[in-house]
Design a protein around this ligand. Structure first.
Ligand code: APR
Ligand code: ZN
Ligand code: ZN
Length: 367
């Protein structure tokens, strides 16, 4: 069958929206009609090569849709089901899965972007195989994905809002609640208050943090941050954010700092703005070849912790429906996250808006 998709052929060049041939789902695979795809910075990071794919790749890893057909050996899903796409495939039985750390599943040794049997489902008009970002590719009208990457949700949810739970919401809220396990009364700083960082702020609100300091270089983003629950804002383009955060915390530093950009410079800032025995949590995906340098003795003498958080340390099938329930209860903001809708053809415009800091989250809607 045919599908239209946003494809990255060359780094730092405009993304191409084109018609592709999509194979039928094989065993353990499902064909999904995409309803919406969020535009996340990680999509742009694939275009820039920060997150590296070996060849042409159909973009998108934050989406929701409706099941069209299922392949053989698929259980628990049927046509018509509403689903969120999770961007990890996990086996459920390896050591990490047994420890409920499914995002760190160690079972699949498949090169990035291929389906689990190591082959393509998407092909362009020249017959070349096209990879799928995160093995899903939500910036395509239709996708064939492993059944492990699907989370069934109630039909009454808006699929545009549910799409955001596929990455930004789960990654941001999960970093605070699952990875860091922030305690009530804590002081928290969030560096980078874009689509993911705003959700770290929401996570801090849910964790009943007392101080939530938003740090960004864009005034518009800091205004979004206030809407989402920041108690203080720091514009890092006009001051030293480490000093500013220390000043706001009686010179001590915060209990937790979340870096939600993916920049070695702001990772070091996060480390430097936590108090002794505090924790810096790195959420942003830095360039695959970049390193971070921190004062080695200081790490010991102040007992600070520097930890990573991937996909909010989530269990997709447990956490995603829970986050949607929190939305229903009025405890989680999803409506306010979406500040712009785009058509698939406008993907390059959506990336330009992201670089200009225009949106909380932009969302591509499919018909
Ligand atoms: N200091 C403070 N804020 C900064 C800086 C800086 N030096 N540089 C960029 N920012 C801010 C931007 O102004 C923007 O508000 O970081 C924010 C990033 O937000 P988005 O572009 O919306 O990115 P998002 O989708 O939230 O992703 C953030 O998480 O999932 C990962 O790969 C993703 O690494 C990326 C990160
Ligand atoms: Zn993302
Ligand atoms: Zn596993």
């Amino acid at each position: 069958m045919k599908t239209r998709a946003a494809v990255m052929y060359e780094h730092n060049q405009p993304v191409v929206v084109e018609e592709l041939e999509l194979d039928e789902p094989k065993a353990n695979e499902v064909l999904v009609r995409t309803a919406a795809s969020g535009v996340c910075h990680s999509d742009l990071s694939v275009v820039t090569g920060t997150i590296y794919y070996d060849a042409a790749v159909a973009l998108g890893h934050e989406g929701a849709g409706i099941i069209e057909r299922v392949g053989g050996d698929v259980s628990g899903f049927r046509p018509g089901d509403h689903v969120i796409l999770s961007f990890v495939s996990y086996c459920g039985s390896c050591r990490m899965c047994q420890m409920e750390r499914v995002c760190l599943c160690e079972s699949y040794d498949v090169p990035r972007g291929f389906l689990l049997d190591g082959t393509y489902r998407l092909h362009n008009s020249s017959g070349d195989g096209i990879l799928q970002m995160a093995r899903i590719a939500t910036m395509s009208e239709y996708m064939v994905v492993p059944q492990q990457n699907l989370v069934k949700i109630d039909e009454h949810y808006s699929l545009a809002k549910a799409a955001l739970v596929g990455c930004g919401v789960t990654t941001g809220v999960g970093a605070v609640l699952n990875t860091a396990k922030v305690e009530p009364g804590s002081s928290v700083a969030v560096i980078g208050t874009g689509g993911v960082g705003l959700n770290a702020i929401q996570g801090a609100v849910l964790a009943q943090a007392e101080r939530i300091i938003a740090v960004d270089i864009a005034e518009k983003k800091l205004n979004f941050a206030k809407t989402f629950g920041a108690t203080d804002v720091v514009n890092a383009s006009t001051c030293d954010p480490v000093e500013a955060v220390r000043e706001l915390t009686a010179g001590l530093g915060v209990d937790y700092a979340f870096e939600v950009i993916g920049n070695p410079k702001t990772i070091v800032q996060a480390y430097n703005m936590v108090r002794a025995a505090g924790t810096a949590v790195i959420v942003g995906m830095s360039h695959h070849q970049s390193d971070v340098s921190i004062p080695a003795q200081h790490l010991v003498s102040t007992e600070r912790q520097l930890i990573g958080s991937f996909y909010g340390s989530c269990q997709p099938k447990v956490d995603m429906p829970k986050l949607l329930s929190l939305y229903t209860e009025g405890k989680l903001k999803l409506d306010e996250l979406i500040t712009q809708h785009y058509r698939l053809e406008q993907i390059n415009e959506a990336f330009a808006d992201m670089e200009a800091g225009e949106n909380a989250r932009g969302v591509i809607l499919f018909n």
